[in-house]
Design a binder for this molecule. Structure first.
Ligand code: NDP
Length: 498
């Protein structure tokens, strides 16, 4: 049947013209870039005491977008002091007053949504349709959602006297720069904490645009401070004596360093780290729907997603048809200019990340995996990687064990549900999982046995501010989102009821 369909389509191709999408490039005019961006400390953009600056580039073109201040320990200290000073008044403000600021920020993100989306795509390389339809609306939704909690903390934690912790140091990665800033800032501010935020080196611009919005929302100076820089800036923040809590999203490797650094200091910690999620397709799965979910699960944001469904486990009877459908679908993915509204897969975030993906993919080939990549022309400049599938993968292969954080799917098979559980949980990570089956009872049976913080059923990569997110094992601890996302920012009486 599949062969007949194929012959029919090639006969059709010979007689029909090939239809191509016309370019639909989003204009960048809405973005007004400065030549240089200082640090956002005490409500002002200030020059760094370190005297150092670094360039941030567009990974799709390798063009420099702007110079950004590199905060040294002295700058981090100033930011922490500003946050501490601001904390005295901010923590005493009635929740309903704090909420007003959060609502203002949320509305401003909505009003400036296009500007945020274009800038996010320029600085990070993700397709404009993703920054426009996912990152920016979700960032606004987080501020709206936590604004709603600000005056209801007593109801969220009854009889437990919720009190802000104080000053939070927040370190975020480059895969969802604005969204991660929102995940971190919104619950911290709603609960009465002040913040020093450290965006990733390769994607600082939307956090800096957000600091402009924060200033325009007239948030009291020092409540939010943004210190740009690379790893050492993050380390200086983590090591600062006057920080009460660290919230980190990034690699497991750095997460471990941070945990060791703050052990015994009394600082509170939440870690959202890597993942190697299993996306499990049973023989009774709606295959076409599953194909869309699998593609979205691994190629959304070029696979730069901690909860990406990077290991596909397929029940043996449907392995061949599912693989064929996946290959067909891969051929239709449009890779290229992230500012084109038709683009499905954009640029890899940095040269370093591209090299990491290339190295892991080479190991997959060396270890005996069979690689499939669609034919597609990649732009000459910038950092690109073709959507990639691997079959003949065994559980011991590096591509089945390590987080690639790129558009690379490793496909394995299983026979029984018990084997699927065993293989899915055979990973040091435990962030997310996906289950594709027609049977509700099987979904529940599987979900109970998955050691993963989030389990999606017949869908993947669904996010909502009301829903907690976080991991087990080397994927970290603590939850962000939902009512649970408030708790890491509060001191609570241990003996009250909730
Ligand atoms: P990192 O963990 O290095 O980066 C995350 C954030 O931590 C960045 O802001 C980074 O700064 C900062 N940072 C780096 N070193 C330190 C330190 N010692 N103390 C405090 N903060 C620090 O991730 P990478 O960018 O290096 O990516 C490497 C791998 O991590 C990826 O290939 C991927 O596998 C994984 N990763 C997972 C993410 C997730 O969401 N779970 C997100 C990002 C990466 P800067 O970037 O400026 O160096």
């Amino acid at each position: 049947m599949a062969n007949i369909a194929k012959r029919a389509s090639s006969a059709l191709e010979e007689s029909q013209p090939v239809w191509e999408y016309a370019d639909a490039i989003e204009s960048t005019e809405i973005v007004k870039l400065e030549d240089r961006y200082g640090l956002f400390i005490g409500g002002e953009l200030v020059e760094p005491k370190s005297g150092r600056w670094f360039e941030t580039i567009n990974p799709a073109t390798e063009e420099t977008l702007a110079e950004v201040a590199e905060a040294g320990p002295e700058d981090v200290d100033l930011a922490v002091r500003a946050a501490r000073t601001a904390s005295t008044k901010w923590r005493k403000l009635p929740g309903s007053e704090r909420a007003k600021y959060l609502y203002r920020i949320a509305r401003q993100i909505q009003e400036r949504a296009r500007e945020f989306a274009v800038l996010e795509t320029m600085d990070g390389g993700k397709p404009i349709k993703e920054s426009r339809d996912v990152d920016v609306p979700l960032a606004a939704a987080h501020f709206f959602y936590y604004a709603g909690w600000a005056d209801k903390l007593e109801y969220a934690f009854p009889n437990r006297g919720p009190r802000p912790i104080g000053v939070a140091g927040q370190v975020i990665p480059w895969n969802f720069p604005l969204l991660m800033a929102a995940w971190k800032l919104a619950p911290a501010l709603a609960t009465g904490n002040t913040v020093v935020l450290k965006p990733a080196e390769t994607t600082p611009l939307t956090a800096l645009l957000l600091s402009q919005v924060i200033r325009e929302a007239e948030l009291p100076p020092g409540v939010v401070n943004v210190v740009t820089g690379a790893g050492p800036t993050g380390a200086a923040l983590v090591e600062h004596d006057d920080i009460d809590k660290i919230a980190f999203t990034g690699s497991t490797e750095v997460g471990k360093v941070i945990r060791r650094t703050i052990a015994g200091t009394g600082k509170r910690l939440t870690l959202e780290l890597g993942g190697k999620a299993a996306n499990i397709a049973f023989e009774d799965a709606p295959l076409d729907q599953a194909v869309e979910g699998i593609i979205n699960g691994i190629f959304f944001n070029q696979g730069h997603v901690c909860c990406a469904g990077s290991r596909l486990l397929v029940q043996e009877p449907v392995f061949e048809p599912l693989l064929e459908k996946l290959k067909d679908r891969l051929q239709t993915l449009r890779v290229g200019n992230p500012l084109d509204k038709n683009t499905d897969v954009g640029a890899i975030n940095s040269r370093a990340q591209l090299e990491k993906i290339q190295e892991l993919v080479a190991s997959g080939v060396d270890e005996g995996g069979e690689m499939y990549q669609p034919e597609c022309v990649l732009p000459e400049r910038g950092f690109w990687f073709r959507p990639t599938l691997f079959t003949k993968v065994s559980q011991s292969h590096r591509i089945a064990r390590e987080e690639i954080f790129g558009p690379v799917l490793s496909i394995l098979t299983f026979r029984t549900p018990a084997e699927a559980v065993e293989k899915a949980n055979n990973t040091p990570y435990g962030l997310s999982a996906g289950i594709w089956t027609e049977k509700g009872s099987r979904i529940l049976w599987m979900a109970e046995r998955m050691k993963a913080g989030v389990v999606w059923a017949n869908t993947f990569n669904r996010f909502d501010p009301t829903s907690p997110f976080g991991g087990y094992k080397e994927s970290g601890f603590g939850r962000e989102g939902g009512l649970q996302g408030l708790e890491p920012y509060l001191d609570l009486d241990p003996n009250g009821s909730s």
